[in-house]
Design a protein around this ligand. Structure first.
Ligand code: TTP
Ligand code: MG
Length: 362
């Protein structure tokens, strides 16, 4: 049976809110983030509108660099409270379109309409209705991807931004994906791209043309997931976050086993940073922190600490992980792999607001 999954993602969300509230900014480059202080400011761009993107500006770029490229832009500090209020209003609208609704970030959500529409034409009509309702009631635009899987719908919503609707039918999956850079697959960032490129994989088409067993051999479990996405295989359901996500974790294997503390520390920092990027984007808090460690010879251990309350604090996690790691300091074996897992997840309005500010300035 064909599935109809929608991924809806607001266009340059924070900037769009500021522009709707200040029509005089319309058509000008608008940048939300830290204070640029005429080029000497610290911190990063939270987001910017499409006019600013023409100058090469993007989320997470140092604000000083943004200022150099676009000194005449309108630079605004983020107003987390305001964005969350609007986010909720948008989510309340989206939720009316299907009982299978899953909010994922501050400005994105999945809807499954498999039982509600017969074909992609009907699906497109609904997508237009959603865009119209949000534009009329909230006065900002949203892009929608419609596809048979969640991962394809997500890739599709990004294809025709802003205010786009992109449909990927089962028979067009390969054509849609094959020429895209592999970073269009959610979860492949700049570092992973480098690693894949070294193995000759640049386009999603290269993944499609690599046999699954080769992908697993080269990239392990992650390789399998990526191959599945590239081939349109992803049967994850659309549902609320709590039921689906029990933990967030990441691990890394050293190229060669090591006992160099500096190297191990830097791996922990990398992993922790990566996890927190997602934690912050999805407004998650956690109570349990788990360290995973594998020594040469494959002995694997985990150690956990559960806090009395939920937190969201990257530095704190690193401290706990290092505390847990200390227990192994007498082990003479070299370390092969380290990992961090955060579990007992929850989302709370309060930390969301804090995290936004954190997000915009770190
Ligand atoms: P995104 O949906 O990634 O970006 P966007 O909505 O601004 O732009 P696009 O049209 O490409 O979807 O993120 C949603 C909001 O989250 C964004 O408006 C600001 C915030 N954010 C940050 O504060 N820092 C970041 O690094 C990113 C990626 C987003
Ligand atoms: Mg967005």
């Amino acid at each position: 049976m064909n599935r109809f999954i929608f991924h809806c993602d607001l266009d340059c969300f924070f900037a769009a809110v500021e522009i709707k509230d200040n029509p005089q900014y319309k058509g000008k480059p608008v940048i939300i983030g830290a204070d640029p202080k005429e080029g000497t400011g610290r911190g990063v761009v939270s987001t910017c509108n499409y006019e600013a993107r023409k100058f090469g500006l993007h989320s997470a770029m140092p604000i000083s660099q943004a200022y150099r490229r676009c000194p005449h832009g309108i630079y605004l500090r983020p107003d987390g409270k305001k964005y969350f209020k609007i986010s909720k209003e948008v989510m309340d609208i989206l939720e009316t379109y299907s009982k299978d609704f899953q909010r994922v970030g501050v400005d994105e959500a999945y809807l499954e309409l498999t039982d509600l529409v017969r074909d992609f034409e009907e699906a497109e009509e609904i997508a237009k209705k959603i865009q119209k309702e949000i534009l009329e009631k909230i006065r900002i635009t949203i892009s929608i991807g419609i596809a048979p899987t969640k991962s394809l719908a997500k890739i599709a919503s990004d294809e025709n931004k802003p205010n786009g609707i992109t449909i990927v039918k089962t028979e067009n999956i390969q054509n849609f994906l094959k020429d895209m850079d592999i970073t269009r697959i959610p979860g492949i960032g700049k570092k992973t791209r480098l690693y894949f490129n070294k193995k000759g994989i640049k386009k999603i088409g290269d993944i499609i043309n690599t046999p699954l067993n080769k992908m697993i051999e080269l990239f392990g479990k992650h390789g399998k997931w990526i191959w599945n996405v590239a081939n349109g295989l992803d049967n994850r359901k659309v549902k609320e976050f709590h039921e689906e996500r029990k933990s967030i974790s990441a691990e890394r294997t050293f190229f060669t086993d090591t006992d160099d503390f500096k190297e191990i520390l830097s791996k922990f920092e990398d992993i922790n940073k990566k996890i927190h990027k997602s934690i912050v984007k999805h407004q998650i808090t956690y109570k349990t922190i788990t360290l995973k460690i594998r020594f040469e010879g494959f002995q694997t251990y985990t150690r956990s600490k559960t806090l009395p309350f939920h937190i969201q604090n990257e530095k704190y996690v690193l401290n706990i992980v290092l505390q847990l790691f200390r227990e192994f300091s007498n082990n003479s074996k070299k370390v092969r792999l380290v990992g961090i897992k955060l579990s007992n997840l929850e989302r709370t309005q309060k930390v969301r607001q804090k995290s936004l500010i954190y997000y915009a300035f770190t």
